[in-house]
Design a protein around this ligand. Sequence first.
Ligand SMILES: [Zn+2]
Length: 366
Amino acid sequence: MRTTWQGFMYRIDPNRTQQTALAVQFGHARYVYNWGLAERRAAYETTGKGLTYNQQAKRLTALKREQPWLREAHSQVLQQKLMDLNDAYQQFFDRVKKGTKPAGYPRFKRRKGDQKIRYPQGLEIVENRIKLPKVGWVKIRLHRPFEGEMKSCTVTKTKSGAYFVSILCEVEVPEVAITGPTVGIDLGLITLATFSNDEPPAPNHRFLRQSEHKLKQLQRKLARQKQNSRQWLRTKRRIAALQEHIANQRQDQQHRLSFYLTRHYGRLVFENLHIKGMLKNHRLAKSISDTAWSQFVEFCEYKGEWYGCAVERVDRFFPSTQKCHVCGVKNKDLDLSDRQWQCPNCKTVLDRDKNAAINMLLAGGG
Ligand SMILES: [Zn+2]
C-alpha cells in the first residue's frame, strides 16, 4: 500500500448569518494576501530581496496588533493565505527559470473573483453539517462519502454565488504496476485529443459549443445594458452561472476520457503545453484551451497514479506539428489551418493532428 491524495468536493448552503460570517473570512483573508504581496514588493524595491514565508508570518502577528479587527478571522486561514502567496511566488520563479512567457508576476486579489479560504486541518462533520470555525455548523450536501484521513478544507464562493467545500484526504491505495501500451496525444481545439494509434479522436463536444454560443449572446446583451442597473447585474450573474456550467461540462468530459485512457494505457505522452500555446494564435480560443488542456493533463496524472499509468510531458522544444514523422523533415511553410499536408520530402500525406500525436510518441521514446 502507498499513500496518495484525493480531493472531494461538496456544495454547502450557508444561511444568511453564515454567509455574512464567511464574507468576513474571505475579506480578511484577501486583505492579508494583498498586504503580504505589497510588503514583498516594497521589500524587493528597497533591499533587492523578497521576504520568506517565516518573515511574513512574524509580521502578520505584528499587523494583527495594529489592526485588531483582523482577529475576527480564523488565524490559520490568514496564515494559509501567506502560504498561498509564497506558492504563487515559487511558481512565478519556476516560470522565470524555465523561460516561460508570460511569467505571470503574482497579482492582487480582487473582490470580484472567486473567494477562497483554506483551513489547514480536517473539520468536524456531523450528519449533514460541517463545522467551519468562526462561521458555525453549515449544511453540506454529502452526495457521496469521502474516504481516508481529512487533511485540509477549502471553502469557495464562486462568482455566481454558489458555495463549495473541497476536502483533501490522504488515502491508502494499493501499489499498482505500470503496464499497457504507450500512446502519443495531441491536444487541439477542434478535436480535444488525437492519438498516435487507431484510437478514434475525442471531439470537443457540441454541447460545449452551444453553451459558448449562448455565452457570447449574453456578453453582447451585457454590453448593451446600463452598467450596475438591475438588469445588468442579473445578466452578469447569468454569465457567471453559465461559465461555471461550461466548466462543469468540460470537467465531466475530461474525467471520462482521462479515466478511460489511464485504465487502458501504461504511458501517455503529451506535448509541453506552453509550447503548444505559442503555436496557436487565436487569443480567445487560446485562453480557453490553455486552461482546459492543462486541467486535462492533470486529471490524467492523478488518475494515472491510481490506475498505473505514467504521464509524460515532452519538454523539448520541437515543432511536432510541422515535422513529418516519417522522414523527420520540417515543413516551415505549413499553414496552421491546414488539416492535411503532404511532406515535401518523402511525399507522405499527413493528417496534421495525427502526425503531431505520432511525433509525441516518438519523442517520448516510442
Ligand atoms: Zn516526410
